[in-house]
Structure formats: structure tokens, C-alpha cells
Design a protein around this ligand. Structure first.
Ligand SMILES: [Zn+2]
Ligand SMILES: [Zn+2]
Length: 683
């Protein structure tokens, strides 16, 4: 009879001589970040399996917990309490995820239960009972689906150096670690689906993490086409709690060979894990916003390391972090071969600030350069859609050298120089700019690149509205994508598609042209990753135009002499990433070093700093006032301290921050000091 108690493959029932349960209690306190022992009553014996949810009494309260393992004896002296209740015999926490969660908690100075909260969706009792019979149907049809996967030998990886070797390794079930740079115009969901199919053929499973739900939908379709709907689970944050738990359980119960999902899927359960993939690892959406703030790419690197699975870090562009994986030989580069790249790369033209405006009057009003206007007009004439990328508003501009535009950096710590909020409006740099990291004013700026003493606030670019752009092309339909209304796809007939970076819809058959206007607005942001991030945004948009000789044109609004523009014109993100990483090594920026940020009100922050025992190599920068992007009246002023250590001391730094939080927690310190390891862009 099929019931919830039916023993599933690979699960072991606890032996009766293990009367102790070790439990992580969900109280969220850093000084209690360990297991506590409880007794298992005879009646609970069968249900109290490793990985199940339990209720226990803790410090007089009933709290949730996860049973980590059963044990024979305890070190606890005195009477042990019994488990209050086994919530469900469903082993939601697999041994693999338990190991990973502990490692992630340690890496980011967080707690195990914080990570488990990100990893395991809340329980839905009805769903748990309903899925059982369904699952067994699915499990019974796995062999058929997998054998069909083995027939799928043809793939589209032949345009890449080492592409064939990668697929061969995945098919054979051996370990491969690669940084994959996709060709412009690449149908990347199809390529990833081929990789997942190869892995399924070896009897293993794949977890793929992408930035947003539109990517999930494309990948799900591509994987389902090759492996069958039943073999693929799609997880994303927008699902309701019941549906999310239903799908998640299918993955946990081993009913699918592929999980595709957004951020939280980095912890998706998978039996016989064979391959982990992160697509577009530079996207901000891969940085978790809840404690302990893990990053998808870094978690997957750790997960691949711990589990022995293969890893693919993929995208059109390449981050400095991915470059570090390549340079340290942890991963192999899989890059387009010359011939394929020549055939596929779009023609890119750059224009600086002193461009020729179009003669057309409406185009002049929209401040469209002649070259952009012409590219758009000829694409529209050929009945093709034109993509116009316009940056979002509200970036904080950075300071740069007044003559050569090298970003202005602090002489002591290489942090970014900035003028205070009051000064920003006046464009007046007469008062000294201040380092955003160490807080030291710079009264005698001198550009290290050209010797100039002039400073300027970076140009934020001409802001063009959809209406202005539309008037330049009368009679052409205008569609916009961005903010709350993001289009997934458009057809490729003549239309103007205006999108903010990251919201560009895919055009069936490709765009006839892409205008990446206002490149300065992206490049001039006060962000350590501004160059890398700009190139990534450009490449992701430019990859959507029709490839090849007769393909679409790309016009980019930034000086062709700049490194990111050069990299775009040559379509060489690896070259850019190499330079980027070299520069970060020189300046002491992540990932060449490890950083942490501590943020709080001035008094508790200072007390926390006094208490903190840092590795000898640590450099303390600040405190400086926190720049509020959206200031809230009445909110107390907050400050931030940055800590910087060589990578070799990264673990020691995390350990001292964890110790700090544990002792503050034990004393029940009321004021919060937020700790964040590897902040995405410490400004
Ligand atoms: Zn200069
Ligand atoms: Zn400084």
C-alpha cells in the first residue's frame, strides 16, 4: 500500500539503538548556532528521521527545529527532554544540503537556521500528503525518460573551444568545472538544456540558477522539450506557497532530473547531483538580500566543491570572480572559437560626448546621434524591431579625473572619492571630496594616470523619454519594458522597444539594431563594478540582435577608446575580465581580497569594533556615514566600517565576525549591528 510511510529508495530507517536526536532549534540566535540533544520516544521512533521537521521545547518555549541525526549517546548531563512532536516524517533536509548550509553559514558569519530558512520552503501539510501517490507514478517512469535522454547526442556546443570536451565529460558523469562565455545571439537555454540532458543520461541531476522568472520560463521550456515535462521542476519566488512547496518536494523526493529556478534554487535539493549552473553570474539578483547574504555563484562553487558535482558559470560577459576561477585553474574557460565569433558578433559603433546629432528634427529633440538614428531607421525599414536600452534613474554619480576620466580614488585605501549630498547638486567640487571607505578628505587630488588636479562629477547622460524617442520614428509602434512591467518577448517586426537594463525582451528572430544610449550613465556610477557591470548590460542587450554579416547593428553611447567599449566592439569579455581582475588586485578590491561591512548606529558600532578580534592582516576603513539612497526622515544616522583582509585570511575574518555576533547575542544586545561579508559593491 502506498502511504506517506512507504520507504523510499536510499532512505534508511533509524536503528532502535539510537534514542537521541540532535536538533537545530530555530531561535535565530547566533550564540545558539549548534545542535541540542533530545530524547526520542518509542512512538516517535519511525518518524524521527534525519532531516525531518520537529517541535521541541527550548528555554520554556515550543519552537521549530530540524533533526540533524540520531545518536546513541549524549554529552548532556542531566535529564534530556523528549521531542515534543515530529511535525512530519518527510526528510526535507538532505545530508548534502545540511553540509552545504553549515559551510555557507560559516563562510558568511551567519547561522545554520538562517541559511535553512533560505533553503527550505515553509511546510504545507496538504501538499505533503497529496504528492506521495503522484511521486510514485513519476518515479516509476524515470528509467524510460533517462534512456531517451541517452539517445540525445547531437548538441550545439561545437562553436566553442572545449565545448565538445565539456559535453563528453558531462555525458560520462565525470567532473567538469567551466566558465562558459556564450556566443552573441546564442540560444543559451537550449545549450544548458543539452548539458542537463547529458548529465541525466549519466543518471545524475542538474540544478540551474538564473536571475529572473523570464529566464526560468525559457529554460524550463528548453529542458522539458528534451527530457519531458515530468523530469523538470521550475522554482521561482513568484509561485504561491502551496505550488512552491509542491514543486520543491518533487525535487526533494528525487522525482525530477533538472531543477531550474531563481536565487533560492541555489539550495534546491537534488539526489545524485551531477551539475550546477549559474547563468549570468554578474546580475545583482544573484545576491541574496536576507542574512547571511550569500551569493549564488559563490554558494554553487562551494556546493560543487563539497559534493563533487560539475559546475558551469555562464553568461555572455565574464565577471572578475569568474576570471579568478579561471586564473586559479579551478575552472576551464569554454569560449567561442574564432570562426564562430567572427560569424556571429554584431557590428558595434561607439560615439562619445561630441557626437553629430541627427539632422532630422524629431531625432534632434530626442538627442539622437546621427549614427544611432541611421542604424534604427534602416532596421525599421527592413521591418525589424529596434531595441533601445535606457538606464534607470537614480544612480549616484562618481567623481573622476577632469581630463582623463579615470575614477577618482583615495590615496590611502583606493576607496571611491565622493562629494557630500549637499555638494552634489551644485556640481561644485571646491570643497574637498571625501573617501567613501575610510572617510579621509582629499584636499589635494592629483590623478595618478595623467597628473591633472581637476575633478568632475561623471556625466549621468541625456535622459530620453519613450515619447521623445517615439516622435523620432513616426508611425512606428513603441513598446516599453522595465520597472513593474517587464516584457518577456516581442515579435521581430518593425517596432521601437525601449527597455531599462535587464528588462530587454527577447525578439523572435533577433533585433535589427540595438541602441545602447547613455553609456555614461552606466559607466559613471559610483560602483566598483561599474565597468564590468556596464559591459555585461551591453553584451546581454547586444546578444539579442540578429547575428552575422547581414545582422543587426549595435550603437553604444560611450567613447570607443574606453576599455568596456573596446571589449564590446571586439566582443572579448575574457580580455576585459582579465584587465578588471588585474586592476582589482592592484587596488585591493574583491575578489582579490575579502571584505566585510559592519553597519549600525554610531555607538553600538563603535562598541562592536572594540570587541572585535580581527586577524593581524585586517585593515579597518571608516567609520563613514551610510549614504541613504532613500533617506527616511526621523531615522537615526547610521555608520559603516569596512574590513579588508587578504583572501588567505577570509575564513579567519568570518570566524571573528561570527564570534562577535555570538557574544553580542548571548548578552542580548538590543541595538543591531548588521554584518555583511562580501558586500556586492561597498560604497
Ligand atoms: Zn587623469
Ligand atoms: Zn580612503
Amino acid at each position: 500500500m502506498a502511504t506517506a510511510r512507504t520507504k523510499r529508495k536510499g532512505e534508511r530507517r533509524p536503528a532502535p539503538e539510537l534514542p537521541i536526536a540532535r536538533v537545530y532549534v530555530d531561535v535565530g540566535l547566533p550564540h545558539l548556532d549548534r545542535t541540542f540533544d533530545y530524547q526520542v520516544a518509542d512512538s516517535q521512533h519511525d518518524d524521527a528521521v534525519a532531516g525531518c521537521r520537529v517541535r521541541v521545547r527550548f528555554a520554556g518555549q515550543l519552537v521549530d527545529g530540524y533533526l540533524m541525526e540520531r545518536a546513541e549517546t549524549t554529552d548532556h548531563t542531566g535529564r534530556l527532554a523528549y521531542l515534543e512532536r515530529v511535525v512530519s516524517p518527510e526528510p526535507v533536509l538532505s545530508p548534502e544540503i545540511a553540509t552545504l548550509a553549515r559551510a555557507v553559514a560559516d563562510k558568511y558569519a551567519g547561522t545554520m537556521v538562517d541559511v535553512l530558512r533560505l533553503a527550505i520552503p515553509p511546510r504545507h501539510a496538504r501538499v505533503e500528503s497529496e504528492v506521495v501517490s503522484h511521486t510514485q507514478d513519476v518515479v516509476s517512469c524515470v528509467p524510460a525518460a533517462v534512456s531517451c535522454a541517452q539517445d540525445a547526442v547531437s548538441h550545439g556546443w561545437d562553436g566553442y573551444q572545449h565545448g565538445d570536451a565539456l559535453l563528453t565529460a558531462l555525458t560520462a558523469g565525470s567532473r567538469a568545472r567551466a566558465v562558459w562565455q556564450a556566443l552573441p545571439g546564442e540560444d543559451w537555454p537550449a545549450r544548458l538544456a543539452e548539458a542537463a540532458t547529458a548529465v541525466a543520461g549519466s543518471g545524475k541531476g542538474t540544478v540551474i540558477v538564473v536571475p529572473d522568472y523570464r529566464d526560468v520560463a525559457r529554460l524550463h521550456a528548453a529542458c522539458a522539450e528534451r527530457l519531458g515535462e515530468q523530469q523538470v521542476v521550475a522554482l521561482s519566488a513568484d509561485l504561491g506557497p502551496a505550488e512552491r512547496y509542491r514543486r520543491w518536494l518533487r525535487a526533494r523526493r528525487g522525482a525530477a532530473r533538472v531543477v531550474v529556478g531563481t536565487r533560492a534554487a541555489m539550495f534546491a535539493p537534488m539526489t545524485d547531483l551531477g551539475l550546477l549552473v549559474v547563468w549570468d553570474d554578474g546580475d545583482d539578483l544573484h545576491a541574496e538580500q536576507r542574512a547571511p547574504y550569500p551569493h549564488v555563484r559563490d554558494v554553487l562553487v562551494q556546493r560543487a566543491h563539497l559534493s563533487g558535482a560539475s559546475l558551469l558559470v555562464a553568461g555572455f560577459a565574464r565577471t572578475a570572480e569568474a576570471q579568478l576561477l579561471v586564473e586559479s585553474r579551478w575552472a576551464h574557460p569554454v569560449t567561442p572559437d574564432r570562426a564562430s565569433l567572427r560569424a556571429r558578433a554584431p557590428r558595434v559603433t561607439g560615439f562619445g560626448e561630441d557626437f553629430d546629432l541627427a539632422r532630422d528634427e524629431a531625432a534632434r529633440a530626442a538627442r539622437l546621434p546621427a549614427v544611432a538614428f541611421e542604424a534604427a531607421r534602416s532596421a525599421l525599414k527592413a521591418d525589424a524591431a529596434v531595441l533601445v536600452q535606457v538606464p534607470r534613474r537614480g544612480y549616484v554619480p562618481s567623481l573622476a579625473c577632469g581630463s582623463c576620466r579615470t575614477p577618482a580614488r583615495c590615496r590611502r585605501c583606493a576607496g571611491p572619492l565622493a562629494v557630500s549630498a549637499g555638494q552634489q547638486d551644485q556640481q561644485d567640487t571646491a570643497r574637498s571630496p571625501v573617501c567613501r571607505w575610510c572617510g579621509v578628505p582629499e584636499s589635494r587630488f592629483r590623478c595618478p594616470a595623467c597628473g591633472s588636479v581637476r575633478l568632475r562629477a561623471q556625466v549621468i547622460g541625456a535622459r530620453r523619454t519613450a515619447e521623445e524617442l517615439g516622435r523620432a520614428f513616426p508611425g512606428v509602434p513603441v513598446r516599453t519594458s522595465g520597472g513593474k512591467e517587464v516584457l518577456a518577448g516581442v515579435d521581430s517586426s518593425a517596432a521601437l522597444v525601449i527597455a531599462t537594463p535587464g528588462a530587454e525582451p527577447v525578439a523572435d528572430g533577433g533585433y535589427g539594431a540595438a541602441l545602447l544610449l547613455d553609456g555614461w550613465a552606466l559607466l559613471g556610477r559610483q560602483d566598483l563594478r561599474a565597468g564590468e557591470e556596464t559591459l555585461r548590460r551591453w553584451m546581454t542587450a547586444a546578444a539579442l540582435v540578429r547575428p552575422g554579416e547581414q545582422g543587426g547593428r549595435v550603437v553604444v553611447g560611450a567613447d570607443a577608446a574606453l576599455t568596456p567599449v573596446q571589449a564590446l566592439i571586439r566582443w572579448d569579455p575574457a580580455w576585459h575580465a582579465e584587465r578588471e581582475l588585474a586592476e582589482r588586485r592592484e587596488l585591493g578590491f574583491p575578489p582579490a581580497v575579502r571584505m566585510a561591512g559592519l553597519e549600525g548606529e554610531p555607538k553600538p558600532l563603535a562598541a562592536a569594533m572594540d570587541e572585535l578580534t580581527l586577524p593581524d592582516s585586517a585593515e579597518v576603513l571608516g567609520p563613514v556615514p551610510v549614504l541613504e539612497t532613500r533617506p527616511e526622515p526621523g531615522r537615526p544616522e547610521r555608520e559603516r566600517v569596512l574590513l579588508r583582509v587578504p583572501n588567505a585570511d577570509g575564513r579567519a575574518l568570518a570566524a571573528s565576525l561570527a564570534a562577535l555576533q555570538a557574544s553580542r547575542g548571548a548578552r542580548k544586545e538590543p541595538e543591531q549591528v548588521r554584518v555583511r561579508l562580501d558586500p556586492l559593491s561597498p560604497i
